[in-house]
Design a protein around this ligand. Structure first.
Ligand code: APR
Length: 250
């Protein structure tokens, strides 16, 4: 694959003091983890979000919801980080300030070595008590859902469901990072789910250069300063390769 990046973009990046990246499920697509809204393969193409990813659904049918997350956990356990995850982990050391905010719950950014990151929507591999919210590590996995060993309430995955609030500390931090960055990337996200999608807006309002990487057009494409059309696992390594000479001169 060959992409030529606009000189204005590489100049802006080479001069950037602070870079903030928002990722979505498209970044893990090349690792075999399905996205949510892609027409043929996205998880929500087969299931209604409200039927599976809400507290109401869990209360109605806890066993079905637990089993669905177990199925997704199995997919995630088999998945390995791809070139996009590794490129983003490398980017941490390329800029004076770098932050990664992910909507993904699969832990693949950490597996690739990313450290400076916020898991905006939680982590599917972590389990919490549905009543008290505390993280539970040891439980009877033969039950669906297992009971909390402390209070006997059901356990649930530590992910943010529709209608639930993002952890306030993470939200405040993400807004501050979007507000102070020079360049904001939105990568592999359809930019439809708030409040994550609004971070690009925060960055734009604050005068950052907004760059989208996505093989498809999204609601953000028209407003972004640069919309790079391609798979994240192809575009990001090439972008870093292009930038490295300029960045190492700084
Ligand atoms: N590289 C980059 N982008 C890709 C790739 C790829 N290889 N493959 C697909 N995409 C893009 C799609 O074109 C789409 O725009 O990834 C995007 C995935 O969008 P969604 O399925 O809507 O996923 P996301 O934006 O992460 O969803 C946000 O919605 O249901 C919730 O909590 C869930 O965190 C999720 C949130």
């Amino acid at each position: 694959m060959s992409i030529s990046f606009p000189a204005k973009l590489t100049e802006r990046l080479a001069a950037a003091e602070s870079v903030c990246v928002l990722t979505g499920s498209g970044v893990s697509a090349e690792s075999g983890v399905p996205t949510f809204r892609d027409a043929q393969t996205g998880l929500w193409a087969k299931f209604e979000p409200e039927a599976l990813a809400t507290m109401e659904a869990f209360q109605r049918n806890p066993s079905m919801i637990w089993d669905w997350y177990e199925w997704r956990r199995k997919l995630v356990r088999q998945a390995k980080p791809n070139a996009a995850h590794y490129a983003l982990a490398n980017m941490e050391s390329l800029f004076p300030r770098f932050s990664l905010i992910t909507q993904n719950v699969d832990g693949l950014h950490q597996a690739a070595g990313s450290q400076k990151m916020i898991e905006f929507h939680g982590n599917i591999m972590r389990t919490i008590c549905a009543d008290e919210g505390c993280v539970i590590e040891d439980y009877d996995a033969s039950q669906s859902p297992p009971p909390c060993p402390r209070c006997a309430a059901y356990l649930r995955p530590d992910v943010v469901w529709f209608g639930e609030a993002i952890d306030q500390g993470s939200l405040d931090k993400a807004i501050a990072l979007a507000d102070e960055c020079d360049v904001f990337f939105a990568i592999g996200t359809s930019a439809q789910v708030q409040p994550a999608a609004g971070l690009a807006e925060v960055a734009m309002q604050a005068g950052a250069c907004v760059v989208e990487i996505n093989p498809q057009r999204t609601v953000l494409s028209k407003r972004a300063n640069f919309a790079l059309h391609g798979a994240a696992g192809e575009v990001l390594p090439l972008l870093i390769e292009t930038l490295t000479p300029a960045l190492s001169r700084n």
